[in-house]
Design a binder for this molecule. Sequence first.
Ligand code: ADE
Ligand code: ZN
Length: 335
Amino acid sequence: MSEFIDYVRSLPKAELHLHIEGTLEPSMLMELAKKHQVDLPYSTAADVERAYDFEDLQSFLDLYYLGASVLIDEDDFYSLMFRYLERCRDEGIVHTEMMFDPQTHTERGIGFSVFMRGFGRAIEDAKGQWGQSSSLIMCFLRHLPEESAFETLKAAEPFKSQIMSIGLDSSELGHPPEKFERVYAAASLQGYRLVAHAGEEGPPAYIVDALDRLKVERIDHGVRCLEDPELVERLVKTKTPLTVCPLSNVRLCVFETMADHPIRQMLKRGLNVTVNADDPPYFGGYLLDNFEALHRELGLTMEDARQLAVNSIRSSFIDEASCAGWLDQLSVPTP
Ligand code: ADE
Ligand code: ZN
């Protein structure tokens, strides 16, 4: 393993943009399809992998929702979560804020008690076994109506102590932030922290609206902000975190190749960017794979990686004492 990756692994990092349903590995997908006798258009894990050839966000989402259809009982959700948390342990991700999509499950008749119990047990086990710190972001699917988001917020009430934040994901174009303005206001009154995907495929105006109408504290992706210099200036001034996902951006054709990814310009411009994996098996890698690709294709340096780790801890919703502790560890100069 390269010196660069060993160094990045050793840095305490937070992962802030990771869809737990998007961590479903092809092998687990096939195992669960067999367990629950779910009919899929694939016979082997290799067939599934061959389908990971996307032209845009929607072509990925179609496969992602098909994959999620094999998650049925509490143990499935437990295993999915526990496997990702083991990955965090192995990659030096000391804190993770994971997104989940309740409507993907409730629409199939699988209730909150099934997935929240599975997630909750895995989170408790990881915390007990190696002190893993984590929290959950409940996302509304933006292609569904506002009414469904309100129903989801209501159904989450008995599980509120397990959920820290609200997010917004799925098909961005044609589903602007304003569609969810009222449900975000209601969630804010209930004490949830607020984030939203914006400016992945959608225009910079969606980022402005996520900030002004939804009142989010972080923008997921946000890479299209670069098309609007005034917005960039605002994001720099307010230090608004942008949870950037490089491998995802390339696989979904937001940028043609990793060499075209603007993350180093974004860092130089003073934007508060972090690196994240989004949906790792679908996009070709976990967090360290993203760092490795940035190092190889863009010349990301150890000092850049340290800055990105600092940004990730500062942009997380962990308590002040833990935040100060991790930042203290990150203040050591790069080798
Ligand atoms: N759901 C899972 N991954 C997503 C992404 N990158 N953008 C929007 N919705 C998603
Ligand atoms: Zn995402």
